[in-house]
Design a protein around this ligand. Structure first.
Ligand SMILES: [Zn+2]
Length: 390
């Protein structure tokens, strides 16, 4: 099964989130992997919301030691919904024009998922099942890594991995870090009164405004990360008041914070509360994902840079991305392995109409993933040593 045909088949399976409905997609990919000797497990966090874990049993063949950790590939099966703007081509048609494969989720990230599954099938075949590979294909990523957090909460279902590749869109550039995220709702509370006697009430909009203006100047007082830069804060939504002639008693606003390694999320919640003072309070913690970062000098990172050098026609340099991925949820239950974010998709094409992914990028990603799988060399991964050319 080549990665391009597989991408087109995945695009034809609608997995817009909401509602997701990833089950058919997970079962289809699981079936392909099972035929090539992979063990599989399907885990649902809700009806039809299926995550797939697939692995070769190289683990048991090398003696079953825990140290024989697989290289793990992670992707998500859901896509964002179609927006209101109509598409020039069928978003589920997967039509190819020149080097462009069109469709919803081609870049984010069915092209990446197809490349990793195609690479895994090929690696299992050429290594006669000895390549030590694990795939984690999650549901519900677009709504805050729901599937990955569900897997993380039942961590006994995940065995430790030796390294993790996340196939999110990086235009095939191997990135070694991404920011963390905090999503929270804040609330300003007032006292309702008739608008003709505002002094009888307390205006929640004025209180929220004071809090928000202070948040606009909020300083994280932390040095910039050399790869990820500075943490950021943005107020994304605001809602409040009941009618023009009532002193408003409640205002809600939503705060998005992107964090960098070394920051304590617990400390940030306290600093935000302090900054808002008596004017507002945090009413709901919606999402909390830690940043992910690996030392560029880690030997496996350098291995992957070596694999990517001929593909990119330049030695990669340490880079990070601003968006967050399933790695935030999966890194800890996988034993905090080194992480690379590397996928064929184009960030500039996602979450909007007329998404596409370059055919040549998907093919290059498939080749890169295949080489990463075949080169995976853990001390206990004996076949690698006997087969290596060194
Ligand atoms: Zn994605």
């Amino acid at each position: 099964m080549n990665a391009i045909d597989l991408t087109r088949q995945l695009v034809a399976m609608q997995t817009m989130n909401p509602p997701g409905n990833e089950r058919a997609c997970a079962r289809f990919l699981g079936g392909l992997l099972e035929k090539s000797g992979f063990k599989t497990r399907y885990l649902e966090f809700a009806e039809g919301r299926t995550c797939l874990i697939a692995w070769t049993d190289a683990h048991t063949r090398t003696g079953g030691q825990d140290e024989s950790r697989p290289v793990c590939f992670s992707g998500h099966l859901d896509t964002v919904p179609l927006g209101v703007t109509s598409w020039k081509r069928d978003p589920f048609g997967g039509c190819i024009e020149g080097d462009k494969l069109h469709g919803l989720g081609t870049s984010d990230m069915k092209g990446g998922v197809a490349a990793m599954v195609a690479a895994a099938l090929r690696a299992a075949q050429t290594s006669h099942g000895k390549a030590n590979i694990m795939l984690i294909l999650s549901a519900g990523e677009e709504a805050g890594c729901q599937g990955a957090f569900f897997l993380a909460q039942s961590a006994h279902r995940l065995r430790p991995a030796g390294a993790l590749v996340v196939g999110e869109p990086t235009f095939n550039y191997p990135c070694i870090a991404h920011k963390g995220i905090i999503w929270m709702d804040a609330e300003a509370e007032g006292v309702a009164a008739h608008a003709s006697v505002p002094d009888k009430g307390v205006n929640a909009i004025y209180k929220a405004a004071q809090a928000i203006l202070r948040l606009q100047k909020f300083s994280f007082s932390t040095p910039n990360n050399p790869i990820l830069g500075a943490p950021t804060l943005n107020i994304g939504t605001i809602a409040g008041g009941n009618a023009i002639n009532i002193v408003p008693e409640r205002v809600m606003f939503a705060v998005d914070i992107r964090t960098i390694p070394g920051q304590s999320h617990a400390a940030i919640y306290r600093q935000i509360e302090d900054c808002m003072g008596d004017d507002a309070r945090i009413s709901n913690r919606r999402l909390d994902c830690p940043p992910v970062a690996t030392d560029a000098n880690h030997p496996w990172i350098q291995d992957v840079f070596g694999i990517m050098e001929p593909i990119l026609k330049a030695r990669p340099v340490p880079r990070g991305i601003n968006y967050f991925t399933d790695a935030s949820a999966l890194a800890s239950p996988l034993g905090n392995p080194p992480v690379i974010i590397l996928g064929p998709g184009d960030l500039a094409r996602i979450h909007k109409p007329d998404e596409y992914c370059l055919v040549s990028n998907i093919e290059a990603a498939e080749e890169a993933y295949y080489q990463i799988m075949m080169k995976w060399d853990h001390p206990c991964n004996k076949f690698q040593n006997s087969n290596s050319k060194e």
